[in-house]
Design a protein around this ligand. Structure first.
Ligand SMILES: Cc1ncc(C[n+]2csc(CCOP(=O)(O)OP(=O)(O)O)c2C)c(N)n1
Ligand SMILES: [Mg+2]
Length: 638
């Protein structure tokens, strides 16, 4: 590998030289259908699970015939067939994915553990804490394995943490742990085997700290100048491969003369696999395929009715329901429809959630499917991804949309990218109680949908009516992709409307024309829909069309175009702040594609570019609604 790297025949490479015993020993100690969540230094996991070398070489060359169609580098890929979960570069977030994988096994009463690797540097991340804490609280059979090689890139352990041994941290989580020699494959194998038995028997996690050393640089280009030379001499003596070989010979299990033969056998294998690897095709860029693979294909459920247009809504029977009750009904129907759906969130079980949406769910569905979570947004989102890899659906409720920042990385890097990277679904719905107008201040009122609408791989829906709230939630659960479901808190109890009984879908990606007009189109969503309707009702002299986007990613460009064509004047209205909001995207698209249909510049009416203030007077002034009349006047008279 070092030679190939120098010859420029493979890309970036993280050597595990000096640490081989850990990845190999741990993998051998598990059953082949137990998930492993490796990191960048764990080649031994991939080879021990029997991945053909020629395909690995193709992966590292960026070949189409690797494991990621040339989309991922080095070890950042996984394979469902090998029960190997592909890492993201951020290290720590992977630990919680193992929580979800172990939870899946636990829920199915299967006797399987999940094993996750981390370096000692990675243990400084908050995600390490969250993952261990969740595994402990939920009694999950996860083996957390630290490879303590003394350095995180160039930073020595002494500048990384103050505890004497990382394994001491296990106690803090109410978990058992052990520190072992990471350079002895037999010690590692036997320890992991014993720990595995423990995890299965007691249904508990376990922490293993393997003491080892990295004989090369973090990656080849960065060198090892920062490492004292005598460290190399010391650890050279403990080389895991040479020592194992010596032990085999001394024990009479291997003859000296066989060593060369075995080495030659491997050399030949590697040479021929290398030739086969280099014959792999490089990707031929095809923009359509690239875009297509960002999302898992949606299989429309045959039982669900699809009701797209608002006029059809009027034809549907149904009782008047509040917005919040429609959400509850959508959740309830989905829980009954999908026996593999698990709900997770803070205070959602006995307490019923802070907005009481899941009140009574615990009684019907039980504690396994209605899961109170610790305050660990990131780990819970990571666990949701682990559940998805094992065929579960899940919902993660953010107590307030504002708190999603604590799990932001999992959403935009792990959930959003996994299908494109290695073809796995992230079948997760994230509920986002959002919005202002309730005097809740800067951290309980934000509109943060634009953060996500910018991220390929996510879907973002934002209903404004009870009908859409239920139908979009059901669609979100039927969709195997990560869907952010924004529900405006101020609409919960202030808006009512007809909601059909049973299962029905409002398609993701389709806007609704909720009022026709020819003088001016207001393109909006969420609370903006109600502001626009109120304005239109108060101004019958202006012929106003209202388009409710309902989905922000992907946008319904056809409907947007139709509204522009009919009116020639467009106002984009949203509660989110102005700069970089959805309005900017819609406006840019209209200017680029509908310029000749416009009679006036596209105008935006949004909230002030400030945090959301607490006092009701300041908040009213902050909100876009305060400038709606004036903006419409400017547009109509332009
Ligand atoms: C969140 C994040 N911060 C920084 C980095 C850059 N980085 C990659 S590996 C690494 C050091 C990791 O050290 P350790 O966890 O000890 O693993 P080792 O490389 O020693 O096996 C750093 C800083 C990263 N990938 N992700
Ligand atoms: Mg390290």
């Amino acid at each position: 590998m070092l030679l190939l790297l120098r010859q420029g025949k493979i890309s970036k490479w993280f050597s595990g030289i000096g640490q081989e015993a850990i990845a190999v020993g741990a993998t051998l100690a598990l059953r082949p259908d137990e998930w492993i969540v490796p990191l960048h230094r764990n080649l031994g996991v991939f080879t021990t699970r029997g991945m053909p070398l020629h395909r690995l070489f193709r992966q590292w060359q960026g070949s189409r015939e690797g494991y990621s169609k040339g989309r991922e580098r080095s070890f950042h890929f996984g394979s469902r067939d090998h029960y190997i979960c592909g890492m993201i570069s951020h290290l720590g977030p992977q630990l919680a994915v193992a929580d979800g994988l172990a939870l899946a096994a636990k829920l199915r009463r299967e006797s399987r553990v999940a094993l996750a690797f981390t370096g000692e540097g990675g243990t400084s991340e908050g995600d390490f804490h969250e993952a261990l804490n969740v595994a402990a609280v939920w009694d999950l059979p996860v083996i957390f394995l630290i490879e303590n090689n003394g350095y995180g890139l160039s930073t020595p352990a002494s500048e990384q943490f103050r505890c004497i041994s990382l394994v001491d941290r296990a106690k803090g989580y109410g978990m058992e742990g052990v520190q072992i020699d990471g350079n002895n494959i037999l010690v590692i194998h036997d320890t992991v085997q014993g720990v595995r038995d423990y995890c299965l028997r007691h249904q508990k996690p376990y922490l293993i700290e393997c003491m080892t050393f990295r004989m090369r640089g973090h990656e080849e280009a960065s060198g090892t100048k920062y490492v004292p030379q005598d460290m190399f001499r010391l650890w050279e003596q403990k080389d895991p491969v040479k020592n194992y070989e010596r032990w085999l010979i001394e024990s009479g299990l291997l003859r000296e003369m066989d060593v060369a033969a075995i080495r030659n056998e491997f050399r030949d294998l590697i040479e021929s696999e290398l030739q086969a690897g280099f014959a792999g095709a490089l990707p031929e860029p095809d923009a359509e395929e690239e875009l297509q693979d960002v999302y898992a294909p949606v299989q429309r459920s045959s039982s669900a009715r699809v009701i797209g247009e608002e006029r059809e809504v009027d034809a549907e029977p149904g009782n008047e329901k509040r917005f919040i009750d429609a959400i509850r009904e959508g959740l309830l129907e989905s829980m009954r429809q999908h026996s593999n759906l698990v709900l997770m969130g803070q205070d959602i079980a006995e307490y019923g959630g802070v907005f009481k949406i899941t009140e009574g769910f615990l009684e019907e569905f039980g504690k396994e499917r209605i899961r109170n979570t610790p305050l660990c947004e990131s780990a819970i989102l990571g666990a949701a991804l682990g559940l998805s890899l094992e065929g579960f659906k899940s919902m993660v409720e953010m107590q307030f949309a504002d708190f999603v920042t604590m799990g932001f990385n999992q959403i935009v890097n792990n959930l959003a990218k996994i299908h494109y990277r290695w073809n796995q679904p992230a079948d997760v719905v994230i509920r986002m109680p959002t919005g202002a107008g309730v005097g809740a201040g800067p951290f309980h009122s934000q509109s943060n949908e634009a953060w996500f609408a910018h991220t390929p791989g996510l879907k973002v829906v934002y209903p404004a009516t009870p009908f859409d709230a239920k139908g979009l939630l059901i669609s979100a659960f039927n969709d195997p992709n990560p869907v952010l479901y924004f529900e405006h808190k101020a609409l919960y109890r202030s808006v009512s409307g007809r909601v059909p009984p049973g299962i029905y879908e409002v398609p993701i990606g389709s806007a609704a024309r909720i009022r026709s007009g020819d003088q001016l189109a207001i393109i909006t969503y969420g609370a903006g829909v109600h502001w626009a309707e109120d304005y239109a009702a108060e101004h019958p002299e202006i012929s106003i069309e209202i388009l409710d986007l309902r989905t922000l990613l992907p946008l319904d460009y056809m409907s947007i175009r139709e509204s522009v064509a009919r009116t020639g004047r467009v106002l984009i209205l949203h509660e989110d702040t102005l700069t970089g909001g959805i309005g900017a995207e819609v406006s840019a698209w209209i200017s680029e594609h509908c310029f000749e249909l416009l009679d006036a510049p596209v105008m935006r009416c949004a909230s002030l570019d400030t945090p959301v203030p607490f006092s009701l007077e300041l908040e009213a002034n902050f909100l876009a609604r305060a400038r709606l009349a004036e903006t419409i006047e400017r547009l109509v008279t332009y």
